[in-house]
Each structure stands twice: as structure tokens, then as C-alpha cells.
Design a protein around this ligand. Sequence first.
Ligand code: GTP
Ligand code: ZN
Length: 308
Amino acid sequence: MADLGPPQAGLVVASHGRHCLVEAADGTRRICHSRGKRSESVVGDRVEWRVTGDEGLVSKVQPRRNLFYRQDEIRTKSFAANLDTVLVLIAAEPEFSETQLARALIAAEAQHITPLVALNKSDLVEPFERAWRRLLPYQHMGYGVLPLSLRVSKEADRESLRKHLQAKTTLVLGPSGAGKSTLINLLVPEARVLTGEISQALNSGKHTTTATTWYWVDPERTTALIDSPGFQEFGLHHIEATQLAALMPDLKPHVAHCRFYNCTHMHEPSCGVRAAVAEEGDPSLERIQPNRYRIYRQLFEELSQPKY
Ligand SMILES: Nc1nc2c(ncn2[C@@H]2O[C@H](COP(=O)(O)OP(=O)(O)OP(=O)(O)O)[C@@H](O)[C@H]2O)c(=O)[nH]1
Ligand SMILES: [Zn+2]
């Protein structure tokens, strides 16, 4: 085995199985292995690594500020670490799933990461208006909702995105067809080439797509975007059912009015949350929208299933 170089600081910019791509302080990148069988580092990790021949060895992962992940009954999938923002990109078409959106927002809240919702395809006027209306409760509960038309108003969107993402590390999530590739390519014109190079390097020649990739938006390397697949089946099994209401900003203030301190808001009498749910068809944003309470119930039941 080649000699180990001195420890250096690095940033994980892509990962695939047991390999990851680490960027050194001078911007050069190198394939690294981890000590363990499975790579323990995720994109966004600050690591200590050492040169071994023409590759590298990750010797330490620095403590994380946060880790954004999803978990189904069996598997945990880490998206990225040390994030400032999760940008959930949805579109007027295809129609977005409110449940998926809610899940992503809850996962972000659980890790104290600020979510930002972007609604693309404002050029599709009618579907856009419909989708925008569906997002009003989210705006009202304090989430930023950004209108975009990525294919049409390129310059304007680039500027508004830059303003929101400036000097931050942002994970971009979104269902297929919402315009994620269009967004990444708008902010990082060389993304396609970079992705090709990275996946080639990590798969030793085979051209398969890498799971999660870090891109710098500016030459100064202060603003970063992380592209990650996996918006579907967004499991929240790492979250306790009893924690849910506190992670939903429209439910949270009403918990204080429940008679029982351990109220589940499912069936108890004198429940502040249930009392605050709006009648079907009542658009009042001061109350909890019936859809949001339905999502709460559905998730509560899902997370209350016995764990194996
Ligand atoms: N009308 C309209 N279409 C758009 C806009 N932005 C992107 N699209 C189109 O939406 C489709 C999906 O865009 P992509 O960027 O490929 O979406 P994606 O989210 O990366 O989708 P996957 O590759 O399936 O993951 C493409 O046909 C785009 O041209 C927009 O602002 N308006
Ligand atoms: Zn209650």
C-alpha cells in the first residue's frame, strides 16, 4: 500500500458506494475511499483525508451541523450534510403531491434546515394559478414560495434564485418533470459535463449517474447547489409520531390549547388542533386546512406502526 500523506481538510462533493470525490482546499478533486466497508461520508461532509498514491483515504468525518435524510421501514438514505436550505422544486405541471411536499418540509424542520419552495412553469397560466392557490397555506405558515418560469424567463429566474441562494449550501429536491435539471443547468452551465466526469470517475469508466452531486454556483466557491434524486417515497420513519405536530408550523401553535399534555390530536376531547381545523371549503388561512390535518393523520398512523 502506498504511503499516507499528511492529513488535509476536504469537502465531499459526490459519493457513490464506497467511493467519494473529495475537493481539497485548492479546488482539486480526488477519489477517496473510506476506512470502513461502506462509505460513511455524505455529500457536504467536511472531512480529513490523506493522499495514498493517486487516490485518497478519508480518515475522519468532521461533526455535522445537520444531516438531511429520509428513512423507510428498512433503509436510511442520507441526502447531504451541513445544509442551509432545502429547495423543493415543484411545478404547475405535472401536478405536485402535497403529501410529498409536506414530508420534505417536515424532514427539513426536524433538522432545523430552512426550506424554500419554488413553483415552476408560471407560463402555464391556469395550472399555475391552481398550484399557487394550493401553496397559499404554506406561504401563510411562513415558508418562502418562489414563482419560476425556468424555460421562459431565464435571466429573471437566475437573478431571483441567486439572490435567495447567495452564500448558502442548498439541496435541490423535486419530483421528476418539475424542472430540476433545467434549474441546475441555468445556475451551473457546466453541470452536465461535470456530472459526466464525476460519474465516470466514481464508477471507474462506467457511465451511470451518481446519486448526489455538489456544484459551485460562483467562482469564489461560496454558493453551492446539491442535486439529489429521491423525492418519491420520502419515508419519515426517523421521526416520532408524537413529534409531528411540532414540525408542522400550522398545527404547532394550537397544541398549547389541548387539554392533555400528551394529546395525539387524533381523537382526544378538547383538542386544540382538531378545534382549529377549518370546515371543508373554508379557505380561511387562520385555521388549519383540512388537507393538512389529513396529512397529519396519515403520517401519524404511518409513524405509529410498530418498528422492526
Ligand atoms: N412550460 C414550461 N416547461 C418547463 C419549464 N421549465 C422546464 N420545463 C420543461 O419541463 C420538462 C422537465 O424539465 P427537466 O428540467 O428535465 O425536469 P427534471 O425535474 O430534471 O425531470 P427529470 O429529468 O425527469 O428528473 C422539460 O420538458 C422542460 O423543458 C417552464 O418554465 N415552463
Ligand atoms: Zn390535541
